[in-house]
Design a protein around this ligand. Structure first.
Ligand SMILES: C[S@@+](CC[C@H](N)C(=O)[O-])C[C@H]1O[C@@H](n2cnc3c(N)ncnc32)[C@H](O)[C@@H]1O
Length: 200
């Protein structure tokens, strides 16, 4: 596919999200990942890190049934989604008290992170900020992911990709790097998927 037609596809995802009632075109990135890689069942518990404006949370909510659970976290206030427990906080400020508040939601079957730092354009700085966020996700995995649970983490091509790929290979049986069609081809973003958390 040419770069030009890929751009056209990118725009069509924005139009599609408006038409189908999703809050962001990012919804289609997660939809593709879930269609190809991870099955979400109706009764599962999921945490969505970096959830604003809520496109990924909407996708998950549509897959969960009455007994399913969803927690979303972002620095920015997010318009409510029915039955989604939202915490407005930077992930680095989440305390033990916050986790006590969400104890009915843990352990999680799936940890999602679409978090990204504010890009400075200075590669070393951006990579290091992304790695800090990945470390927070690893903490959530180690503390609250079920054995055999899965994770999806957004990173950038380069250092944060290598770091995350290695970290997940140590912890998960099956690790894949995935660039969804809805991710703009000129974007540095890429997703690392870990399936089947190993019991160490
Ligand atoms: C690309 S957006 C997420 C889009 C979302 N997945 C969707 O489908 O609508 C990235 C989000 O990460 C959030 N974010 C960045 N750093 C964060 C942090 N330290 N803690 C929590 N959220 C953070 C930003 O506020 C931003 O809303």
């Amino acid at each position: 596919m040419s770069l030009k037609s890929n751009y056209r596809d990118g725009d069509s995802f924005s139009r599609k999200s408006k038409k189908e009632g999703y809050r962001s075109r990012a919804s289609y990135k997660l939809k593709e990942i879930l269609e190809k890689e991870i099955k979400v069942s109706k009764d599962q518990s999921v945490i969505d890190l970096g959830s604003f404006p809520g496109g990924w949370s909407q996708v998950i909510k549509n897959l969960l049934g009455h007994s399913g659970k969803l927690v979303a976290i972002d620095i920015q206030p997010m318009e409510p989604i029915k039955d989604c427990f939202f915490l407005e906080k930077p992930i680095e400020d989440i305390t033990e008290e916050d986790f006590k508040e969400i104890k009915e939601f843990v352990p999680f079957d799936l940890v999602l992170s679409d978090m990204a730092p504010n890009i400075s354009g200075i590669k070393e700085r951006d990579d290091s900020l992304m790695i800090d966020l990945v470390d927070r996700v690893l903490f959530v995995i180690e503390s609250f992911l079920k054995a055999k649970g899965s994770v999806v983490i957004k990173v950038f091509h380069g250092e944060s990709l290598d770091y995350t790929n290695n970290a997940l290979k140590e912890r998960f049986k099956n690790v894949k790097i995935f660039k969804p069609k809805a991710s703009r081809p000129n974007s540095k973003e890429i997703y690392v998927i870990g399936k089947e958390l190993k019991i160490i």
